[in-house]
Design a protein around this ligand. Sequence first.
Ligand code: MD3
Ligand code: FE
Length: 217
Amino acid sequence: MTRSLFDEPPTPYDAPESIAPGAVLLHNYACDQAEALIQAAQQVIAAAPLRHLITPGGHTMAVAMSNCGDFGWVSDRTGYRYERTNPLSGQPWPAMPACFADMAARAAAEAGFEGFRPDACLINRYEPGARMSLHQDRDEADMTAPIVSVSLGLPAVFLFGGLQRSDRPARYRLAHGDVAVWGGPSRLAFHGVAPLADGDHPQLGRQRINLTFRRAG
Ligand code: MD3
Ligand code: FE
């Protein structure tokens, strides 16, 4: 197809930035789809409202969460796990929007993980001050599959450590439209998010939304 002078040029995205074996940042990769992703996320949240889960230790998480897809990640006093239904409603989680699954599969392939078909998407909502402490993602059944994350709204400082909790984490800025893929030797790296700085994002206002796509079942 030929593009005329009057068509919108596609937003260019930067070359993949490799930060560790199996870990790739695709800055601006989702900028073109951000509006569609936000709309789809809002529909999921309307059907399965965001809420602050309780950790097994009895603390309330600073980040509010929801899920879509065949499985959703949940936490309560008994532990962390994936569930087919929303504990709040007893209903299955909303289906994963096609634009979510497409974005995750294309980004994974771009990072060298062909054939990624996520069956779970965790939606994280950060308000100013909210953080996520260093942890590993180890509740998924398939550790050979990567995790793909899409950042929307206010920028965050992402902390990327090593395979030991005591490894001092490196810091990366994740902005609106940035996508990251974590697999292979980085799949079990410790990671977290520094307290969100206040700001006002043109599309999302005073919040950051992060979508993480997983192969959980
Ligand atoms: C590195 N979320 O939901 S996404 C999480 O920004 C989570 O909301 C953060 O950590 C957020 O579990 C970070 C980026 C991410 C996700 C999974 C990883 C980085 C990862 C798994 C291994 C290593
Ligand atoms: Fe995580």
